[in-house]
Design a protein around this ligand. Sequence first.
Ligand code: TSJ
Length: 658
Amino acid sequence: MDINEMTDMTKTDKAYDGDQIQVLEGLEAVRKRPGMYIGSTGPRGLHHLVYEIVDNAIDEALAGFCDKIEVRILPGNVIYVSDNGRGIPVGVQHKTGLPAVTVVFTILHAGGKFGGGSYKVSGGLHGVGASVVNALSQWLEVEVVHEGSLYYQRFERGHAVTELVNKGPAGDRPSGTVVCFQADPEVFKETTTYSYDTLQTRLREQAFLNAGVHIELKDERDPKDRLPEEQGLECPIVNSYCYEGGIRSFVEYNNQKKETIHPDVIYFSTVAADNNSTAEIAMQYTDSFSELILSFANNIRTTDGGTHEDGFKRSLTRVMNDYARKYNILKESDKNLSGEDVREGLSCVISVKLKEAQFEGQTKGKLGNTEMSGLVSAMVYDKLTTYMEENPATARAIFDKALTASRAREAARRARDLARRKTALENNSLPGKLADCQSRDPEETEIYIVEGDSAGGSAKGGRDRKFQAILPLWGKMLNVEKARLDKVYGNEKLMPVVTALGTGIGEDFDLSKLRYGKIIIMADADVDGSHIRTLLLTFFFRFMRPLVEQGHVYLAQPPLFRITKGKRHYYAFSDPQRDQIMAELGGNYEIQRYKGLGEMDSEQLWETTMNPAARTMRRVEVEDAAQADEVFTVLMGDKVEPRRDFIIENAQKANWDV
Ligand code: TSJ
């Protein structure tokens, strides 16, 4: 018997037609192609289930009916989400003959607009709803407390296995909604273990974006149910977030470890004339050389920006230049400040809320609604101009920063032109130490970037010269390098990388000129190795970001141990693996710890680290590179205190490949 027949009991005869078939088809489609609805069935998709449910509770908070949301990870990686709102409506809907709450969980794209006139503000991923989470859960239970009564319903893999049951008086339980679910291991084959850290980051962000809402996160799992790297944390873990300052607090939080150049976070907000959308922005400059713009539409991060971000940037540049002309900060003969100049060191958060947000691009990370550009740019132009007039000291500090940036960029441009002219004369030669490969087809070519001459020697001896090129790096280590990476031209450590890859950097970057499809960083598993990885990842992140975004950058994973028994060698890439091999061998083995790549001969390096048939490599994600950038910024920055804390906190994290 199909378990869904039980749902049918709640239906009237009239509803027994096409509707029910649609219900089935809808959720079957989700289970058939989960990726279409939640992006992936890896860890990212798994966490999206939680966000999707929490988003619904946040909508209730935005509608003004709830102020507390609790999220718990229960034993066995079950998720619990509750709010103290009105409770999902339980009344039977005319159209479907089902209680509204049942519809929310069983009909695709339902949600938001039943009963009252509220509209869905927070959007969830791709605008899908609770029914998708339900379809991808082994089981899901919902409890609603409404007008003093407690209602309950249970689902399994999207199908109702009970009808909506009225369990009688709710006692002293206040009104609200509770949803518990277990992600289906048949769908999330890779893992169903949540990362506390990942959930915490996202929930904190939601608390920043929704000022005044209390969000609590509690981990009640047995430590053995946690991720290996989170098992050491105390138990249970509880954090609660509530920021009256909203995105102002968000900017303060992001700048905690940086030196700010003016005391107050600048904040503006506006409501569109038609009342259909809002925009707010919080900004503060730091002494950093990079910019950090976090933009959101309907509480969803827009990683690729879009109209709201464009509107902001356009106005910021205009305000700064108009003001600078008016007060003769720029002389008549001076060139305008560029967008990059006025954003150097800027840390800001842009948040817009609108009806029917359009998310564009391959990863849906770009806001497309054209009206947001005007809303944000008009607000920023008016309010930032006034702010500058009223806060001349802050304005001065920001201009000093922008003018310095402008001069540095001008100097870099001159150096670049010089370098270009020089390379033109030198006939564009490849770096002398590059051992190039025979193939010219980036589909198959790889370049190993190797620190140190001895490791470079082994790599050259061990490679398959048909498609593998080796570039040994030389020159001084990172900790004696000067902070300003923009002096790349003329940097003896980085220039060979630039010429070998062939793409150019920054504004000149051209991915189609890339000479090798895979760029593999091969460095020792020690402090120096970690430094060179941080330097290269930061460099790629800042000046060749599409390389990282398009997945061209990899970290080689050389073994840490060699265990020899008789004539046989075994390699271990981690401590647990070493222990396992030792246990399996019983005894009578010799163990060698590799202190550096240089200790391996050519053949060993090929077998363990370079042979595509045998090696494992880690593809670098944008997040990895962004973290490297942060490590780099803090290590190079002027603020001593965060640097010390940071080094202690990240001593492990910074070791990318362990
Ligand atoms: F995702 C979900 F559906 F599972 C879910 C929904 C999960 C959680 C934790 C909370 C919620 C939720 C939904 N909390 N509050 C609401 N509110 C409504 O659904 C609701 C209540 C009343 C009215 C009305 O107009 O009277 C309208 C709505 C949308």
